[in-house]
Design a protein around this ligand. Structure first.
Ligand SMILES: [Zn+2]
Ligand SMILES: [Zn+2]
Length: 103
């Protein structure tokens, strides 16, 4: 059985911009981490976090979305989930999706 899995990750600005442009790295080079080089072929990335991840109380059920800062950090220290950079800086929330085989 196939199951759709997801997890929230944080992206640095480079990765966020690249994803917004719909591009993927053409020539991954481990020596020089490229934006989104950690995103595998079977994985999909969507911008923003799911309603359940919001700490502001937004449930996702109402069309009206409160202004919140849950999806953006001015100076995040999370390792970038797209390229692995440890450099602290602006981080944007994203959701990573993949399918797992079960059973
Ligand atoms: Zn929120
Ligand atoms: Zn990155």
């Amino acid at each position: 059985m196939r199951r759709r899995e997801h997890t929230a990750i944080w992206l640095c600005v480079d990765c966020m911009v690249l994803h917004a442009n719909g591009e993927l790295p053409t020539d991954p080079n481990p020596e020089e981490p490229e934006p989104l080089c950690l995103i595998g072929p079977g994985e999909q990335l969507t911008a923003g976090m799911l309603a359940e991840e919001h700490e502001c109380g937004w449930t996702g059920w109402s069309a009206e979305r409160p202004e919140c800062d849950c999806e953006r950090q001015e100076f995040g220290r999370h390792r970038c989930g797209g390229c692995g950079t440890d450099l602290a800086g602006e981080r944007h929330a994203a959701t990573l999706w993949w399918t797992s085989e079960e059973g």
